[in-house]
Design a protein around this ligand. Structure first.
Ligand SMILES: NC(=O)C1=CN([C@@H]2O[C@H](COP(=O)(O)OP(=O)(O)OC[C@H]3O[C@@H](n4cnc5c(N)ncnc54)[C@H](OP(=O)(O)O)[C@@H]3O)[C@@H](O)[C@H]2O)[C@@H](O)CC1
Ligand SMILES: [K+]
Length: 492
């Protein structure tokens, strides 16, 4: 077993394994059995103290809020080091003598012996706060003193370093334990994930709660199959052969754009074009919009829907389809060679069990399908509420994928890509710039382009989702706001 692990930032690897709380606890038990007592907590505390120095090198007065369990123990260890390094840590601690885990007790004794300052209340002024209140053992909403201290950290404008998990966040799902709306985005937040990276840090509320994420494996290598993978970067596009032609990269056919909504279909089509499809056809449902669409975008081929070669195309259906798209769905589901279903196409399927049967028949016929629901659309398909979907996004995405035998992209902060037989992927790219109308249409078109040239629908979807978010990440902060038209023109 390695010695003290190294604290890393996530940009050093393209993908990262994510482990559930149960897997992390099992790993912790195995490692504890193989190491001298208290080793892991000492490593955790040292890593937290070192990271505190790195993120706030000039901080003198450091408030360390410690909970009653082993997360608090990590904080006590960190306090001991910061004290030894001539900082001024002040510990507020919720532990009770005689009623604490053995590891935390040892760290408490070490901190006391070292002369660390303990206080009943947080200092009025501090330069850095360390949240060591609850980690992966947190199962109840913070209340009383713990809730007060969390409020004080939220209100302060100094950096906060969360040990292992931001207190109150469920590490498996990214849901808050506490339903009160007190949580808001805090710019200067860091989280040091210990032993494993947990999925809840990267989806639902996790991204906002955790801020910048750091990882230290405490010198322990996780062998188990992860619960999910984090996709943190993307392989470079393979070079295109000089002898390639428009037929080499597949045909995408976009169907949608009912009267008043042709823009949605056009965004999907433009994204497919800029995403590298060989030819992009558009079957607009609004007859009156066809002429203007052709004139405005000559590279797109606007066709009558009945003239689209669905059985030879990657079809993207639903963007701006309205209720009228329902009537087209039997043919689209039966004939399309590959299919991306978005928006109104998903709503039509949710309402009609006959369409659901047609969808389920596609996979056995080797006709891949990708569904791209946002949480409400996913809820309609699963016959539950959007709140229930958000409560466990990984589970909801996998359930949808298994039910309909499709690749599923559950959109939202930390989009999830699931497929039967695959470990789900959480996408790390993207930011709130994408929270604007039409960006979902762009994603559907981009997935269409990636599917059209790939043999592997799951991998192609993961890469398209990453590429879509990456445009927002790379968007200059002083540039115009990223609207969907700019996004469609910028995707690759
Ligand atoms: N052991 C090791 O080797 C290592 C452990 N590590 C660290 O330990 C962390 C896991 O520790 P943990 O399992 O002790 O759980 P933790 O997150 O401290 O919380 C549980 C405690 O909080 C209490 N509690 C819960 N809710 C509460 C509330 N609302 N208000 C008040 N109290 C509340 C709960 O009480 P109970 O519900 O049982 O009454 C219990 O006492 C992990 O995240 C990592 O940081 C690392 O150092 C690696 C090595
Ligand atoms: K914590």
């Amino acid at each position: 077993m390695k010695t003290q692990g190294l604290t890393q930032t996530l940009s050093s690897q393209a993908t990262w394994p994510l482990h559930s709380v149960a897997q992390t606890q099992a790993l912790e038990h195995e490692a504890q059995a193989a190491l001298p007592a208290h080793t892991l907590m000492q490593r955790a505390g040292l890593a937290a103290a070192q990271l505190a120095l790195a993120i706030a090198p000039h901080a003198q007065k450091i408030w360390i809020a410690c909970g009653p369990g082993n997360n608090g123990g990590d904080g006590l260890e960190a306090a001991m080091h910061l004290h030894a390094w001539c900082k001024h840590p002040i510990v507020t601690w919720l532990g009770k003598d005689g009623d604490m885990p053995a590891d935390a007790k040892q760290s408490w004794l070490r901190a006391k012996d070292a002369g660390v300052t303990f206080a009943e209340q947080p200092p009025v002024q501090f330069d850095l706060a360390i949240d060591a209140l609850l980690g992966i053992g947190g199962q109840r909403s913070p209340e009383g003193l713990m809730a007060q201290w969390l409020g004080a950290m939220q209100r302060s404008d100094v950096s906060v370093l969360c040990v292992d998990v931001p207190t109150g966040l469920l590490a498996d799902t990214g849901e808050w334990l506490d339903t009160s709306p007190q949580h808001h985005v805090k710019a200067k937040r860091h989280t040091l994930s210990l032993l494993t990276l947990k999925p809840g840090l990267f989806t639902a509320n996790g991204r906002d709660a955790a801020g910048h994420i750091w990882f230290n494996d405490l010198g322990v290598t996780a062998q188990k199959t992860p619960t999910a993978w984090l996709q943190h970067s993307q392989p470079a596009h393979a070079p295109r052969a000089h002898s390639s032609h428009k037929g080499s990269f597949g045909d995408v056919a976009v169907i949608g754009g009912a009267p008043g909504m042709s823009g949605a279909a056009m965004l999907a089509a433009l994204a497919a074009l800029h995403g590298g499809a060989g030819r992009v056809f558009v079957g607009l449902m609004d007859e009156d919009a066809k002429h203007a669409a052709t004139a405005a975008h000559p590279p797109l081929m606007v066709r009558d829907i009945t003239h689209l070669a669905l059985n030879e195309s990657t079809v993207v259906c639903g963007c701006g389809g309205g209720d009228a798209v329902h009537a087209l769905m039997p043919q689209v589901l039966s004939s399309s060679q590959q299919l991306v279903l978005d928006a109104d196409a998903l709503n039509a399927i949710a309402r009609d069990t006959a369409l659901q049967s047609l969808l389920k028949k596609r996979s056995p016929r080797h006709k891949p399908t990708v569904l791209t629901p946002h949480p409400l659309e996913a809820a309609r398909l699963l016959n539950c509420s959007a709140k229930e979907v958000q409560k466990n996004r990984l589970h909801a995405a996998q359930q949808l994928a298994n039910t309909f035998q499709c690749v599923v992209v559950l959109k939202g902060s930390g989009s999830i890509i699931a497929s039967p037989g695959h470990t789900p992927v959480i996408n790390a790219s993207g930011n709130a710039r994408l929270a604007t109308a039409g960006t979902g249409d762009v994603l559907a078109g981009l997935i269409g382009a990636y599917l059209a040239r790939s043999e592997d629908p799951f991998a192609a979807t993961c890469q398209a989702v990453f590429a879509h978010g990456q445009v927002a990440n790379a968007w200059p902060s002083d540039a115009a706001a990223l609207d969907a038209a700019l996004l469609a023109a910028s995707v690759r």
